[in-house]
Design a protein around this ligand. Structure first.
Ligand SMILES: NC(=O)c1ccc[n+]([C@@H]2O[C@H](COP(=O)([O-])OP(=O)(O)OC[C@H]3O[C@@H](n4cnc5c(N)ncnc54)[C@H](OP(=O)(O)O)[C@@H]3O)[C@@H](O)[C@H]2O)c1
Length: 287
């Protein structure tokens, strides 16, 4: 199974599918990262706040896959955005992952001192600690501000995106600026209603694929980059087996018709809860 790549606005390549690690315990994470890399995945997505960066690092090491072949992405959280804290957070994330460079560093949220965090991140790029920069959960206004002063342009924006929430307006903006849309919750967080949609089931039957594979194929056909999360190595293998078929225009339109701009993650409430939680968090305690 070979995962195709996208070309980014800096001319570099990124795999068109990655492995997500949110809400995956360190033990499961270590195993799944290792199995996924051995099964052909090359993009791994983590974050300081997932509390599993050390496990990701161990999974990479155990896989035996050369670090040069892997596209490793992590994110710093908004409580660390002041310049000095952001610079320290970048070094800490490298240390926990057991690597001397990140392929992609994202700012996890568009809140707080984004300007200072971006400055620290750009310096990380100059110092060779980070190959490229991205953002997450940024909307058009957040990006307008960032694009007005950045000297290193973000290559992608990682946002909630799935057939119930297709982000068409945001994607039109991103496309116009050469920024790739990376989909989090690409499977709607495993939503049973989405998996059971008649339109998805019809395609699954026709192509002899599972609903998860049909949904992930839809992301690829839209030019999105899905990073399905799993603690199950068999699911990781299944999720990557989506490059041997493609939809007709009518089939693509039938999945598009499921859009209802419904976000499963209620950002405002969720962030307020997480801000307090993460402010108290000691990332160094993660295992
Ligand atoms: N930037 C952000 O703010 C943000 C927020 C959320 C997530 N993310 C990133 O995006 C990634 C993806 O999001 P997510 O993991 O939360 O949601 P998701 O990928 O939409 O769904 C994950 C859920 O789907 C299930 N699943 C995975 N493959 C399956 C398959 N083939 N068949 C049936 N069920 C399957 C998983 O269960 P099993 O474990 O049992 O397979 C899990 O419950 C995260 O892991 C993280 O890296 C970023």
């Amino acid at each position: 199974m070979e995962i195709k790549t996208y070309t980014l606005n800096n001319g570099k390549e990124i795999p068109s599918l990655g492995l997500g690690t949110f809400r995956v315990s360190p033990d499961d994470c270590e195993k799944t990262v290792c199995a996924a890399l051995n099964g052909g995945y090359r993009l791994i997505d983590t974050a300081n706040v997932y509390m599993n960066e050390r496990a990701v690092g161990r999974g990479i090491k155990n896989s035996g896959v050369s670090r040069d072949e892997i596209f490793l992405a992590s994110k710093i959280w908004c409580t660390e955005y002041k310049y000095k804290k952001a610079a320290a957070a970048i070094d800490a994330t490298l240390s926990r992952l057991g690597t001397d460079h990140l392929d992609l560093l994202m700012l996890h949220q568009p809140f707080g001192r984004v300007d200072e965090a971006w400055q620290a991140a750009e310096e990380g790029v100059k110092a060779g600690k980070i190959r490229m920069l991205g953002v997450s959960n940024f909307d058009e206004d957040d990006l307008e501000k960032l694009l007005s002063y950045c000297t290193v342009k973000p290559v992608l924006d990682q946002v909630e995106c799935h057939p119930y929430c297709q982000r068409r307006t945001l994607n039109a903006y991103l496309k116009a600026h050469g920024i790739l849309l990376e989909s989090w919750y690409p499977l709607g967080s495993g939503n049973a209603g989405l998996f059971g949609e008649e339109k998805i089931k019809i395609l699954a039957k026709k192509y002899q694929k599972t609903p998860a594979q049909i949904i992930l194929r839809w992301h690829i056909e839209e030019g999105y980059l899905p990073i399905p999360g799993t603690k199950n190595s068999a699911h990781a293998a299944e999720n990557a087996d989506i490059f041997d078929f493609s939809f007709t225009e009518e089939e693509l339109a039938s999945v598009r018709s499921l859009d209802r701009e419904e976000r499963f993650f209620k950002m405002k409430k969720g962030i307020q809860r997480y801000m307090v939680f993460f402010q108290r968090m000691n990332y160094e305690k993660q295992n």
